[in-house]
Design a protein around this ligand. Structure first.
Ligand code: ADP
Length: 496
């Protein structure tokens, strides 16, 4: 009777619901793009009620499209935009402010002050994170400090904080649950990833009462059962993980040293480091990948801002191409980059360079440089940036990376993938199912209810669509990397 797993994939721009069968294949899905609010420069908000209602409606739509009903769903998995912060009234379930989205920079000055007061090391030691406005802690503090009466209610134990997973669970269970999973907890900057506890020193530093916080559970267990009219059939909510962690699981990167990169607007690299957290000396983030049973698995994370966004820039600002996919043909119309390098530091440079004042730079132009060379340089820039982070990960973990699994919209570009294998000197593997984020959450949920028996069974479901193997001489590779590094140096320190 119960044949499917439903994933609620709550992303930054849309809410999606995907139904998977026992082979890990997509049966049906529905998606709804919701409204973004930009109340001031640098501020980004979502309406929590719209997050909830859009998620509920796409779930109903996907189930209806598949011609099934709630009784056919063995379990629900949730994966979500991480760090985004919601505070609601414990009794009524009403949010007291909009969701403050991970991208929101309103607390940047406060975070800089924490840095200059010397808290960076303590925070990194406990949470694995680099002080930044991305993470939930400073956003919760902002809500308590700025919403009328919030601080008082929080002190009386009348408010709940949650990341989006907690919020959805609370709503789907009629406020019977206030919980989160370890992977989401590890992005709040309040959770000690070594002890597995909310941390009193951090709660004091951010002035947040412990009573607001959700109970932290593993990523694969029955949290609660749905209790709303929509899901009257009391479906177990049984798997929860933040989006990047879920993708790592969906890619079945379950052994230490296994790595996945998601090529979307930005690129997100996550590497399984096993049962020990790897400390980064390159400003990468140490985080919890998942907890299954009693076993916590850690990961090292690095991201770049301008991934597929470079190709959007070619399309929308330079108008060199009409569609993102045209970039492959144009790049392949020339033999090589013709000595042209693009450093897409439009928003500064992140890990491992870390220079906020860097700006984009196009260099190596000659009279023979064409738009095809620029397009090729743009695609190559994604490759070099990813390779720089992979190198930093190898340095932090002393693990030699020999292969990387990939997903996200830009992996359709075969030139990009081959170039990645060549420059990284490692295999690049593109799987058949590219919806790895939703799949990872489905797997976590299915494991908890016995829909799948164990990770070994899941490993058999993962299959590769195409393998890209390195096909470039050492001299050539070193030549390209040397010039990329020279170009990066030219881009640094530009804006004052
Ligand atoms: P997100 O989830 O961040 O919205 P997606 O995973 O949907 O991103 O990927 C979209 C991104 O991938 C866009 O930035 C787009 O420019 C880029 N992209 C899509 N197709 C290609 C392609 N064939 N070649 C290069 N880039 C591409």
């Amino acid at each position: 009777m119960q044949e499917y797993i439903l994933t609620l994939d709550q992303g930054t721009t849309s809410s999606r619901a995907i139904i998977f069968n026992q082979n890990g294949q997509i049966v049906d899905m529905a998606q709804y793009e919701f409204k973004q609010f930009y109340p001031k420069p640098g501020w980004v908000e979502h309406n929590p009620k719209e997050i909830w209602s859009s998620q509920a409606s796409v779930a109903a739509e996907a189930i209806t499209k598949a011609g099934i009903n709630g009784r056919n769903i063995a379990a629900i998995g949730i994966t979500n935009q991480r760090e985004t912060t919601i505070v609601w009234d414990k009794e009524t379930g009403q949010p007291i402010y909009n969701a403050i989205v991970w991208q929101d920079r309103r607390t940047a000055a406060f975070c800089n002050a924490l840095k200059s007061q010397g808290h960076a090391k303590m925070i990194q030691d406990k949470t694995g994170l680099v002080i930044d406005a991305y993470f939930s802690a400073s956003k919760i503090k902002w809500i308590l400090d700025n919403v009328d009466g919030a601080r008082e209610k929080a002190n009386q134990g009348k408010l709940c904080f949650g990341t989006v997973d907690s919020w959805l669970m609370a709503k789907f269970t009629n406020l019977q649950t206030h919980a989160t999973d370890v992977s989401n907890a590890s992005r709040t900057m309040l959770y000690n990833i070594h002890t597995g506890q909310w941390d009193d020193d951090l709660l004091a530093l951010f002035d947040i009462p412990r009573s607001m916080l959700p109970e932290v559970k593993s990523s694969s267990e029955i949290y609660s059962r749905t209790a709303t009219t929509l899901f009257a059939s009391k479906i177990p909510i049984a798997g929860v993980a933040g989006d990047q962690q879920a993708a790592l699981f969906g890619q079945m990167c379950t052994e230490p040293g296994m790595l996945k990169t998601t090529y979307g607007t930005g690129c997100f690299m996550m590497m399984n480091t096993g049962e020990t957290p790897a400390k980064s000396t390159n400003n990468l983030l140490t985080t919890i990948a998942w907890k299954i049973g009693d076993k916590v698995t850690y990961a090292l994370e690095g991201s770049i801002f301008m991934g597929g966004a470079v190709i959007q820039w070619l399309r929308d600002e330079l108008e060199l191409i009409q569609h993102a996919r045209d970039s492959e043909k144009l790049a392949l119309s020339v033999e090589d980059n013709g000595g042209v390098y693009l450093v897409p530091a439009m928003a500064g440079l992140g890990a491992p360079h870390w220079d906020q004042s860097a700006r984009g730079c196009l260099i190596g132009l000659t009279r023979g440089s064409s738009k095809a060379h620029i397009c090729r340089a743009a695609l190559e820039s994604i490759v070099y940036q990813v390779s720089d982070i992979v190198k930093a990960k190898m340095a932090d973990t002393k693990i030699q990376i020999t292969e990387m699994r990939v997903d996200g919209g830009a992996v359709a570009n075969n030139f990009l993938m081959q170039c990645q294998a060549d420059i990284m000197n490692a295999n690049v593997i593109r799987p058949k199912v590219l919806e790895t984020t939703a799949l990872g959450a489905a797997y976590l949920a299915g494991l908890a209810v016995g829909y799948w028996s164990d990770v070994n069974e899941l490993k058999k479901l993962w299959s590769q669509e195409r393998l890209f193997t390195p096909d470039m001489s050492k001299e050539q590779r070193e030549h390209y990397i040397k010039y990329w590094q020279k170009a990066v140096e030219r881009a640094k320190g530009w804006s004052e």
